[in-house]
Design a protein around this ligand. Structure first.
Ligand code: FAD
Length: 571
């Protein structure tokens, strides 16, 4: 099938579109216009090159124009910017950024894959030579060169999202003292606050100074350089360089100017064939709105997976007029933050509440494999589900090894509209080095199923002070040794193995809150008490570990100290 396919943007979505189109259509003429000097580079690796973890710059360049020509017969023109679309004549205006020359290029199918741009607020000095964004190879070269050739002792990163935290680790790896400034009251806004607070504690242990709930008012400019970040409360964070990592905005200028439909979130609207409101023009990647797998609503989810898959599909449809429907997107993402791995899929509890979806959650803490085999790493796993139907809505996991595998299992369940019962039923691989016969996935699902059937009532650690004030008896069901190492103020210690015989010591006219170390023994304790006729029992989700973390997160000075020891009763 002879046709001319023109693609705007040659990175994740654009390069995937071009190569898929070629594999399916040997006769098409395929042209990519890319305004930067690079195609198909590894955006996701950029922070690690700055941090000198990836040492070779060429490792980031997955393809070159010459390589794409040789292998795929794709005509790639870098430093060529598409400046207008003429839909009547089916042509685009292209500017050669080296010569300034402009030409019109015809198309039969046009694929828009222009991505998104880093948001740069109108602060003083944002164009200074020591203020950076991290999106393109050019940004990265400038950033790395600056770190390589200047004495950078302190860096301020504005934005505690995925890229901001990756950059924080990268700069810390280069020996730079890092301040991270975030307008929201937590790091990693896609996470719920309780899960994000674990990441904040870890960052502070790694000596990253966090300024949360701190909008930036401006940058402080001294001569030609920025020397600090001015926060809304007037505090100034000194900095030898500033990275702006406050999010991205879809590049929709071309689409808007030619009258293509824009979605409710400001991205290009496409149908399930990746077609815009003009069927000759397809679009994919960070510039488009996608269907969210859980809410079914239109959403902006700027991630590499959807960009690659949707780009590939746009290439297939542009080349053959045929193809499967575009997959929805659950927003599955993972990030390494120093020694932690943090992953999300689907909806957080907060996002579900905001979307008006009836939701409940459980939090469990488990090793990534059985405890008796050396090297188990703890993970905290929050599973969000719809009560009644028990449909899985989302998960967040903070831990070390094995987080990646568990989040992908939940993502798979969400894709197939699975329930908590489906997760509980999964037949997963097990040997002591890799998991447990009752895997963390199963434990989270069992816990959610128990909660949904009314077998246990959980409360969040943050509710402990309120229930204590409301007259609950707080019962620590761990061993005396564990109790002595630190306990919730006012708790009495009755170990779970003694509870059947000592339950009579508990007042009959006051409700009971039980807790243990991570929530496992307190579940059993609440079943024992229920079996003895007590219907007024709640269990503290995540146990003393989660409660202690809640206390530390609530006490900024405690977090800043980098202490990993328990907060003492009454502290
Ligand atoms: P892009 O990759 O941005 O490519 C768009 C290209 O279009 C750009 O090169 C641009 O120059 C070009 N262009 C724009 N307008 C024009 C025009 N008018 N004419 C010609 N060319 C034009 N995602 C993950 O899932 N996991 C990660 O770990 C991850 N890490 C990331 C780390 C960093 C530092 C960054 C910046 C992103 C990361 N992402 C990650 C996000 C991921 O890289 C993007 O979702 C993905 O690259 C989007 O692909 P895209 O093709 O839509 O856009």
């Amino acid at each position: 099938m002879k046709r001319r396919i023109v693609i705007v943007g040659g990175v994740a979505a654009g390069a995937s579109a071009a190569t898929r189109a070629r594999r399916l259509n040997a006769e098409a003429e395929i042209v990519i216009f890319e305004r930067s000097g690079f195609v198909s580079f590894a955006n996701c690796g950029l922070p690690y090159y700055v941090g000198d973890i990836i040492k070779e710059r060429h490792a980031l360049l997955l393809q070159t124009p010459e390589g794409l020509k040789r292998r795929f017969d794709v005509d790639v023109r870098v430093r060529h910017e598409v400046t207008a679309i003429d839909r009547e004549e089916k042509r685009v205006r292209v500017k050669n950024l080296d010569t300034g020359k402009e030409t019109w290029e015809p198309y039969d199918r046009l694929i828009l894959a222009p991505g998104a741009s880093a948001i740069v607020p109108p602060f003083a000095g944002v164009r200074s030579p020591n203020v950076f964004t991290l999106r393109s190879m050019e940004d990265t070269d400038a950033f790395r060169n600056f770190v390589d050739h200047h004495e950078v002792k302190r860096a301020a990163i504005v934005g505690a999202g995925f890229i901001g935290l990756e950059a924080a680790e990268a700069l810390a790896h280069r020996g730079v003292a890092v301040d991270v400034i975030e307008m929201a009251p937590q790091v990693l806004p896609p996470l719920d606050e309780d899960m994000a607070s674990m990441v904040a504690v870890h960052l502070r242990e790694k000596h990253v100074a966090l300024h949360l709930g701190s909008p930036v008012r401006d940058l402080r400019v001294t001569g030609e350089r920025v020397t600090g970040v001015v926060l809304a409360d007037g505090q100034i964070v000194d900095a030898d360089l500033v990275l702006l990592a406050i999010g991205v905005r879809p590049n929709v200028g071309l689409a808007k100017a030619t009258g293509l439909e824009i979605g409710p979130n400001g991205g290009i609207r496409v149908n399930e064939r990746m077609e815009t409101s003009d069927p000759s023009i397809l679009a994919a990647g960070d510039a488009v709105e996608v269907d969210h797998t859980v809410t079914g609503e239109s959403a902006l989810i700027p991630l590499a997976g959807p960009a690659n898959k949707h780009g590939r599909l746009a290439g297939e449809i542009a080349a053959t007029d045929d193809g499967p429907p575009a997959p929805s997107v659950a927003g599955t993402a993972i990030v390494k933050v120093f020694d932690q791995t943090v992953a999300v899929t689907g909806l957080s509890r907060r996002a579900a509440d905001r979307a008006g979806i009836d939701a409940a959650h459980v939090v469990i803490r488990r090793g990534h494999h059985v405890g008796y085999y050396p090297g188990a790493e703890a993970m905290t796993f929050k599973l969000v589900y719809e009560p009644g139907s028990r449909r899985v809505l989302g998960a967040q996991i903070v831990g070390g090894a094995g987080v990646d595998r568990r989040i992908d299992i939940v993502a798979t369940a969400i894709h197939f509209r699975g329930t908590v019962d489906d997760l509980a039923a999964l037949d997963l691989a097990y040997a002591p080095q890799y998991g447990a016969a009752k895997d963390p996935i199963h434990i989270a699902a069992f816990t959610a199923g128990n909660q949904d059937r009314g077998l246990v009532r959980h409360i969040d650690p943050a509710s402990v002070p309120a229930i204590a004030a409301a007259g609950y008896q707080i019962v620590d069901v761990r061993t005396p040794q564990e109790f002595d190492r630190g306990a919730i103020c006012g708790a009495v210690n009755i170990g779970v193995d003694e509870l059947r015989h000592r339950a009579g010591e508990l007042a009959v006219d006051r409700p009971i809150a039980v807790y243990c170390q991570v929530g496992q023994r307190s579940y059993l304790a609440s079943r024992i008490l229920s079996g003895l006729g007590r219907e007024d029992v709640v269990s503290v989700a995540g146990g003393y570990t989660a409660y202690n973390l809640y206390l530390r997160a609530a006490q900024p000075s405690g977090l800043r100290s980098g202490s990993t020891t328990a907060v003492a009763c009454g502290a």
